[in-house]
Ligand binder design. Structure first.
Ligand code: DC
Length: 216
């Protein structure tokens, strides 16, 4: 069983870039769990299934195989033999993913795939429920936040159309594994920090918790 570092936070808080850099520093595998929900949303969109029709979504889930692997230290996801690629960040996926991520059966399937990583490697995983559900037992939990204005601006600068406020509301208010800063998580507000400053805070937090850092 490997070590898991959980990094949660709202959309565009910067958690993905932070998790990737922390994983590089430690030589751990970086896994973006949101990409798995996006991969299924991409399939839902591609099959023209109504994301609000729970039964239709669950029927499609039954007919969906996820292959979650790793390439050069980064988690990969293939759906029924196809790599969704750029499709993961399409406008239609952005507007569908929160709806499908709210279904408990969808979460159950993907949480199992997420937990499987730790069976054979050390992992830095980012998402919404990594510290609260997926690796609730890990002592290494972080919550990366940023003000809504800063997050909207970051998405605009990336040229991505994303209804962040809508997704925040849906991701935080759903019954199944809502986004929360769990007790014990180290909260970092990245609004006024650059990437390297946030990475440093996370690495300091890990050191403070006794995790010896490979890069030092
Ligand atoms: O991290 P992201 O914005 O790419 O995630 C896309 C969506 O997936 C997000 O709006 C909610 C869902 N998600 C989730 O419910 N649980 C996770 N652990 C990761 C993402």
């Amino acid at each position: 069983m490997g070590i898991a570092i959980a990094i949660d936070g709202p959309a565009a808080s910067g958690k993905s870039s932070v998790a990737r850099r922390v994983a590089e520093e430690l030589g751990f595998v970086f896994v973006n769990s949101g990409a798995m929900y996006r991969a299924f949303a991409w399939r839902v969109v591609g099959k023209e299934v109504d994301a609000n029709n729970e039964q239709a979504v669950l029927d499609l889930l039954q007919a969906t195989q996820f292959e979650c692997g790793e390439e050069e230290g980064v988690g990969t996801v293939v759906v029924n033999g196809v790599d969704p690629g750029e499709g993961l960040t399409s406008d239609s996926v952005n507007s569908t993913v929160s709806a499908i991520a709210a279904y408990p059966e969808v979460r159950e399937r993907l949480v199992a795939a997420q937990r499987a990583y730790r069976e054979h490697c050390n992992v830095v995983m980012e998402g919404r429920d990594i510290g609260s559900v997926v690796f609730a037992d890990t002592p290494y939990k972080f919550y990366i936040d940023a003000s809504p204005e800063v997050r909207e601006r970051r998405r605009r600068e990336q040229g991505i159309v994303d209804s962040i406020a809508d997704r925040d509301r849906q991701d935080s208010s759903r019954k199944a594994s809502p986004l929360v800063a769990v007790e014990g998580a180290i909260v970092v507000d990245s609004s006024d920090l650059n990437l390297e400053e946030v990475v440093r805070e996370v690495l300091c937090g890990l050191k403070g918790q006794g995790l010896s850092l490979g890069a030092e």
